[in-house]
Design a protein around this ligand. Structure first.
Ligand code: FES
Length: 199
C-alpha cells in the first residue's frame, strides 16, 4: 500500500510554501520598511531640533553683544542684491578687508531704488540694510549728509570693535553717489564703459 505523507502545508509537497507565507513576508517587509522610515524621520527631527538649539544659542550670544535691531536686520536684511545698469555704483573695502557694494537708481537727483551686497560681518549686513532703507526716496543732497554715527545710533548702537562697519556702509553710499554725479557730468563715459566705480 502506498502512503501519502501530508506535509504541514497540506499540499502533499514538502517543498511547497505554507499558504499565506508570502503575504506574511510582505507584511513583515512593510513593517520593517515602516520602521526604517520612522527611524529616518526621527533622525531628521532630532537633527532639526539640534540645529534649532545651536541657532538659538548662537543668537542668544549675539543678543548679548548686539542690539535687537542689529540682530533682526542681519537675520532678515532688506535691499540685498544688485541693480542692472545702475546710475551709480560704489565699491569700498574697509580696513578689516571686507567689501560692500551699493547700486543706485536715481531720477531727478532722487534715489528711487537701492541695493547692496557685502562679504562683511553680520553688523555690516544690518548697516547696509538700515542705510539702504533710509535713503530710498530721498534726495542726493540729503543722503550725503548721513554720518556713520547716525547710522550706528539708528541701529541701537554697535560695539566699539564694529564701528568701522557703519563707516564702511556710509563710505560705500557716498562712493555710489560720487559715481552717479561723475556719470551725470560725463555721461558719454558710460557709453564707452570707461567709467569705473569710485573707490
Ligand atoms: S565689515 Fe568687516 S568686520 Fe564688519
Amino acid at each position: 500500500m502506498v502512503t501519502i505523507r501530508s506535509n504541514a502545508r497540506g499540499t502533499g509537497n514538502p517543498d511547497a510554501e505554507r499558504p499565506g507565507a508570502s503575504i506574511d513576508r510582505t507584511i513583515r517587509g512593510n513593517q520593517e520598511a515602516n520602521q526604517r522610515t520612522g527611524e529616518r524621520v526621527k533622525m531628521a527631527q532630532d537633527l532639526d531640533k539640534l540645529t534649532q538649539e545651536i541657532q538659538n544659542s548662537i543668537l542668544a550670544e549675539e543678543r548679548k553683544i548686539y542690539s535687537e535691531k542689529v540682530v533682526e536686520l542681519f537675520l532678515n536684511p532688506k535691499n540685498l542684491g544688485q541693480i542692472k545698469d545702475a546710475d551709480g555704483v560704489g565699491v569700498v573695502t574697509g580696513p578689516c578687508g571686507d567689501t560692500t557694494q551699493i547700486w543706485l537708481r536715481v531720477r531727478d537727483d532722487k534715489i528711487i531704488q537701492v541695493r547692496f551686497l557685502t562679504d562683511g560681518c553680520g553688523p555690516t549686513i544690518s548697516c547696509g540694510s538700515m542705510l539702504t532703507e533710509f535713503v530710498k526716496g530721498k534726495g542726493i543732497n540729503e543722503v550725503l549728509k548721513i554720518t556713520p554715527d547716525e547710522l550706528t545710533l539708528s541701529l541701537g548702537g554697535l560695539p566699539e570693535s564694529h564701528l568701522h562697519c557703519s563707516l564702511l556702509s556710509v563710505n560705500t553710499l557716498r562712493a555710489a553717489i560720487r559715481d552717479y554725479l561723475a556719470s551725470k557730468r560725463e555721461p558719454w563715459k558710460r557709453l564707452y564703459n570707461v567709467r569705473k566705480p569710485s573707490l
